[in-house]
Each structure stands twice: as structure tokens, then as C-alpha cells.
Design a protein around this ligand. Structure first.
Ligand code: ATP
Ligand code: MG
Length: 300
């Protein structure tokens, strides 16, 4: 279950982009003072007893009942969790025929864009910090036996960029969007190489093990400055890549290549726990990191 938001409590502003069956807008949520809404929140403006929060409105495309239900499932999942590296979902608003997820606005946008745009400013240490924060959020979900299902650099948002001297990045993993059990086979194939191979064949195989595969691919995006392996391939080429159980390109840092390798085990039960992944990332020595780099991998 989740908090229900009235349509007169939200204001829709500029369009930010499109997602999987969604349109995303910047917005404002009017929160009346006190009570259950009394959250510790950075972006609020105090005015008497009510305040305006800067939010993101994720508007689901008009769709079948089962997809709306899948959207509500996600809102409900995100309402059960509380972690510094997970985005905060305020609730859901039903506005005429539209279903809208209202969530925390994360100031500096998605990680994939930042990796590409700011690559000359990003250090190996920065990348490992981001990877650790993501692993800590996923380890939390794993402990609660909750599955995210859509881990990728696009869904990692930067609350703080941390590119100035003496500062560090701070990420928040976004909600997974429409639960992928309702996606079509084509939509699942499009998610190669993030989606775990077992989930392409059968969406009901979605489990924490699938999040580990996606984490491995996200780590690759981080290592390769937001470049995406297999991006130029056709759908059937992507499918064949998984069918032949091929390996994705490796970063030059051996420790990270090994970690990605174990996440990308075609046998889901062979993938490590996020607790183990987090420990490995924490033990990475700065010396190992000088060579994290983006060899320009052959992605084609
Ligand atoms: P998917 O389920 O596939 O992730 P989505 O509905 O989450 O789809 P995205 O493509 O992830 O859509 O996001 C669309 C755009 O909205 C992105 O450009 C991203 O920058 C922006 N965005 C999404 N969530 C937030 C947020 N919480 N704060 C700020 N910007 C956001
Ligand atoms: Mg998203």
C-alpha cells in the first residue's frame, strides 16, 4: 500500500523525459504541515503550516488495468523501503484516467548522462564510491528480500555530483517503474544487456539474482564512462548474444573485471550476494584503481 495524493495537491511543470510507458515531469507537491508528512527533507520551503516540495511526477501512459496494477505495485514496493540511497516515493495520485507516481526530485539527474558529460572530471575513486552506494542500496533490498528489477545507470540519480575538490558523490537509486513482469518479450529484449538472461526467457524468473546481473552491467557503464555494450546491436543479435552465453567487454581494472564477471554468471545461483559485492568494493585499494579506466572497448 501507499499514500494517496489528491490531484489538487500537485502541480505539473516542465516535461523531463519519457520512460518505459511513462512521461516524466517536474512538479510541486503541496504538503500541509505536521503529522505524517513531517519529513526531514532538503528541498522544502517553509510557509506557515504548508510547504512546497519539488517532486517528479511519473505519469503512466493510458493503459490496461494490469499495467496500472503493476505501477501501483512499484509504488507500494518503494513505500515499504527507507534507505539513504533509495529515492523517496511520496505516493500515487489518480488524476482522471491518469496514474501518477509522485517522487522526490533528485537534483543532478541520471548517472549515465553525468558519466558521459563529465567524464574528464570523474576519478576512479568517484566511480568506486558510486558503485559502493549502489551496492549498499541493493544489499538493503536483498536483506528485505525485495527485488528492484530495473537497475541501470539511467535509474541511478545524483543528489550530489561531488566533482569539486574535497566533495564526494551521493546517489539515489530510482524506482524500477512498471514491474517488468508485464513487459512484452520485445521490451525485455531491449533491456539486454541489463536484464538477466533467465528473465528474457521467462519474466517470472525475476529475483534478487537478476538484480546482480543488472548491477554488473551498471558497473560496466560506470567503468566505461556511460558507454553501453551492445548498444548498436539489433534485437535478434542481442538475443543471440545471451543464447550463446557470451561475455561483455571487461574494464582494465582486474578487481572490477572479476567482480563484474561473477555478477554476469549465466547461472543465477552462482552470483554473489550484495553483501559480498559490497565487501569486495570496500576492500578495493586506491592503488588498484589508478588503472580503472576506459580502454575503448570494442562494443560492436
Ligand atoms: P524506466 O522505468 O524505464 O526507468 P522512467 O519512467 O523511470 O522509466 P526514465 O527514463 O528513467 O523514466 O527517466 C526519464 C527522465 O526523467 C530522465 O531524463 C531523468 O533524468 C528524469 N528523472 C527521472 N526520475 C527523476 C527524479 N527522481 N529526479 C529528477 N529527475 C528524474
Ligand atoms: Mg527510471
Amino acid at each position: 500500500s501507499f499514500h494517496q495524493i489528491r490531484k489538487d495537491e500537485i502541480t505539473q511543470k516542465s516535461h523531463l523525459g519519457q520512460g518505459t510507458r511513462t512521461n516524466i515531469y517536474e512538479g510541486v507537491l503541496l504538503v500541509s504541515g505536521g503529522g505524517e508528512h513531517d519529513l526531514d527533507y532538503d528541498y522544502r520551503e517553509q510557509n506557515n503550516n504548508s510547504r512546497d516540495l519539488r517532486v517528479v511526477l511519473k505519469v503512466l501512459d493510458p493503459s490496461h488495468q494490469d499495467i496500472s496494477l503493476a505501477f501501483f505495485e512499484t509504488a507500494s514496493l518503494m513505500s515499504q523501503v527507507s534507505h539513504i540511497h533509495l529515492v523517496f516515493v511520496h505516493g500515487v495520485c489518480v488524476r482522471e484516467s491518469e496514474n501518477i507516481m509522485v517522487e522526490e526530485f533528485v537534483e543532478h539527474g541520471p548517472l549515465d548522462v553525468c558519466l558521459r558529460k563529465d567524464k574528464s572530471l570523474i576519478s576512479a575513486g568517484w566511480k568506486v564510491t558510486v558503485a559502493r552506494q549502489l551496492a549498499s542500496a541493493l544489499s538493503y533490498l536483498e536483506d528485505k528480500r525485495l527485488v528492484h528489477g530495473n537497475v541501470c545507470a539511467k535509474n541511478v540519480l545524483l543528489a550530489r555530483k561531488g566533482l569539486e575538490d574535497g566533495s564526494s558523490p551521493f546517489i539515489k537509486l530510482s524506482d524500477p517503474g512498471v514491474t517488468f513482469t508485464v513487459l512484452s518479450r520485445e521490451e525485455r529484449v531491449e533491456r539486454i544487456p541489463w536484464i538477466a538472461p533467465e528473465c528474457v526467457r521467462n519474466a517470472s524468473y525475476l529475483s534478487t539474482a537478476a538484480d546482480k546481473w543488472s548491477f554488473g552491467t551498471t558497473l560496466l557503464e560506470i567503468c566505461f564512462n556511460g558507454e553501453v555494450p551492445l548498444k548498436e546491436r539489433t534485437a535478434s543479435e542481442k538475443e543471440r548474444f545471451y543464447e550463446k552465453e557470451l561475455g561483455l567487454p571487461e574494464p582494465s581494472c582486474k578487481e572490477l573485471a572479476d567482480l563484474i564477471g561473477v555478477c554476469h554468471n549465466y547461472n543465477p545461483s552462482g552470483r554473489p550476494s550484495f553483501r559480498t559485492i559490497l565487501r569486495d568494493l570496500t576492500q578495493l585499494q586506491p592503488l588498484d584503481l589508478s588503472d580503472i579506466g576506459s580502454i575503448s572497448p570494442d562494443f560492436s
